[in-house]
Each structure stands twice: as C-alpha cells, then as structure tokens.
Design a protein around this ligand. Sequence first.
Ligand SMILES: Cc1cc2nc3c(=O)[nH]c(=O)nc-3n(C[C@H](O)[C@H](O)[C@H](O)COP(=O)(O)OP(=O)(O)OC[C@H]3O[C@@H](n4cnc5c(N)ncnc54)[C@H](O)[C@@H]3O)c2cc1C
Length: 375
Amino acid sequence: MTQIKRVAVIGGGIVGATAAFYLSQKNYEVDIYDDGVGQATSAAAGIICPWLSQRRNKEWYELASKGAAFYPKLMHDLNEPLSDSDIYQQVGTLVFKKNLNLLKKLEQLALKRRETAPEIGEIALLSPKEIKAKFPLYGLEESALFASGGARVDGSLLTKKLIDQAVSNGAHHYSEKVTLSHPNPTEYVISSMTQTKTYDTAILAVGAWLPGLLDPLGLEVDIRPQKGQLIQLHLQEDMSKWPVIMPDGEKDIIPFSNGKIIVGATHENDGGYDLTPTKEKLELMLEEAIELAPGLKNATITGIRVGTRAYTSDFAPFFGVVPNHPNLFAASGLGSSGLTSGPLIGRMLSQIVSGELTDLPLSDYPVEQYIKKYQ
Ligand SMILES: Cc1cc2nc3c(=O)[nH]c(=O)nc-3n(C[C@H](O)[C@H](O)[C@H](O)COP(=O)(O)OP(=O)(O)OC[C@H]3O[C@@H](n4cnc5c(N)ncnc54)[C@H](O)[C@@H]3O)c2cc1C
C-alpha cells in the first residue's frame, strides 16, 4: 500500500493555494495555514498580460509568459469554464504609450514574442474609434495596442476555488497565523494560538512575510514589502467582454463580468506592511482613470483594497528548496506580476515535493541567493 505523506502549506495566497490543490490530488494529506491579513492575491488588480512588458530580465519573462500560458490548464484542472467564468477570462488587453512611435515599437516586440508565445493572440494597433467599440467608456483621442490573449483574473475567487477543491480532496484549511520552529533535523513544528503540529515537509508560501517566518530558523531573507492600494467600483453595465486597460503609468482599469470595475494600483516602497488606505493617493488614481474613461464618473465606489507585495533587492522572484533544509520549500518575491506567475510556481512547488521534474529549471530562480544563514 502507498504511504500517505503529510505536508504543511503555510500561506493561502495564489502560490500556497495552487500548491495545496495539486498536492491534494496526489497521495498527500495537506494542511493549509493562512493568516490572510494583507494578502496580495486577494487585493490584486488581476491583469494577466506579461508579453507587452518591456522588462528585459529573461528568466522573469520566461516565468511570467509560461505562467500566463498555464492559466487555461489550471481552469481545466479546476473544472472551470474558459468561455464564461467570473474567475478568469481572456478578454484582451489595450496598452497605451506616450506616442504612436512607442506603440509601434511595442507592436514589433509583441509580434516577435508571439513567435514563441502564441497565447498572446491577435495583435492590432487600434484607433480611438476602435478602442471605443471595445471599451465604451473611452474618452481620449489616442491609439492603443490590443492583444487578444490578455486576461483578467479575480485572485480572491481563484484562491477560494483552489482551497475549496483541495479541502474536498481531503486537505484541512486553518485560517490562522502560525510560527515555525525546527527543534531537530527531521521535524518542523508549526504552532498557532490553538494548535501545534509536527511535519517533516513544509511549503512556505507566505509572500512578503517570509523574513519573519524564517527568522527563528536563523535564516535571513532578502524580501521587502511594497504597499499596493486600489479602488473597487460598480457600474450598471455588461462588461463581461470589455478588455483590460493599461494606460502608460501606474494605474490600470480592469472590468469584470459582474459589474465590478477595478482602478489601481499604487506601488509604495515606503509603506511597509501598513494596510491603511490613503485618501489622496486613491483620489488621484481615480481622477486619472476618469480622464481616460469619463464614464467612470457614474460608477459607485464599493470598496478599497490594500495588499502587500513581496520584492527581492533585484526584483527577481525565487522558489525551490530552502538551503540546508531539504524538506522545506519556499517561494517569494513575485512582485507585481505574481498573479500571473503564481499558479505555475505553486504547481512547481508541488512537483518538487513529489519528486517530479519542474516545468522550469530551478537554477534560474535560485533560493540560495535570497535566503541565507545570519552571519
Ligand atoms: C494592489 C495589488 C495589485 C496587484 N495586481 C496584480 C496584477 O494585476 N497582476 C499580477 O500578476 N499580479 C498582481 N499583483 C501581485 C500579486 O498579487 C502577488 O505577487 C501574488 O498574489 C503573491 O502571491 P503569494 O501567494 O506569493 O503571496 P500572498 O498572496 O501575499 O499570500 C501570502 C499569504 O500568506 C499568509 N501568511 C503570511 N504569514 C503567515 C503566517 N505566519 N501564518 C499563516 N499565514 C501567513 C498571508 O496572510 C497571505 O494570505 C498585485 C498585488 C497587489 C498588492
């Protein structure tokens, strides 16, 4: 008889939830611990469109583009329809630049990238009139680049579905903050206010909170928090097929099928783990969005979301085995594209635990560069 192995997953954002879901489908008894406070995944805007980023890091692009391409498979594994889902939908993305010249350059980049990433879909430079046909709120006279493969995802609904399915496969989900200790070479002890349990294997998917979790093990982690705020609005419109709008700059506009429309987000490096909304920053973002889409004036504000992103000092994400801890696995540093790369990273963590080959080489995302013993 095959032996059931126990695994603890700390963190129930996109990485932890995906890892738990895939492990729960195999021969693993999974315990998920999630505090949930400040979670980046449930605060996220929801844009999946890495191909039009001008970021030059090859490993980042490989991870983000493969992460975007992985979404249809994830939806299939979750029995979620691809054509009409509140969780994930390929509605296309409209990207704006300061001038037509820059847009044309971006179009060339997109066409080149499509050779290896067909998921990018149809690429077209659209006139203001064509933009308005796709996004009726548009009020400017500028052109934009359209990529039909761009998508929007509701991070909160997605992690809920992943965790619910993991639980129906036998996993346990505890909404608790935990601490980690390592009293002897073969055991990891996970403690909360209500319980203490021992494991020989654990996945640490705690995003920006990894330094605090690993500190008791004498490990220093190169991760810093970044505060992100966004505004959630409601519009009495059928926006189910409207594309994601990415103007030049920080704020994006993401319409969802259920009348929800998101404007955001801020990138605040001096915000630490603070989760207090800042009125001036939110008002400014909304004003800028209204300039592009005057119809947003009629929208009702239904909520403010604040979350904490995790960044390494060179902005590169990492995942894999924690140095000198062969049964401890971690991922962090996903930054502002973690909803795009997170599901694939979560699945790769599940592959490492079960001894399978990973979708991407671990050496390209080296944990040992970011997690070190205190000197
Ligand atoms: C405002 C905002 C907008 C964003 N927009 C996008 C976007 O449009 N597209 C995109 O691709 N990415 C976006 N991102 C980035 C993306 O959301 C993150 O990179 C990604 O969600 C990180 O996932 P994670 O699982 O690593 O961490 P998280 O989602 O932060 O999850 C970590 C979880 O671990 C829990 N935890 C921490 N410590 C403990 C503990 N000791 N015990 C138990 N639980 C603990 C936390 O409470 C949290 O629930 C955005 C982020 C923000 C904040």
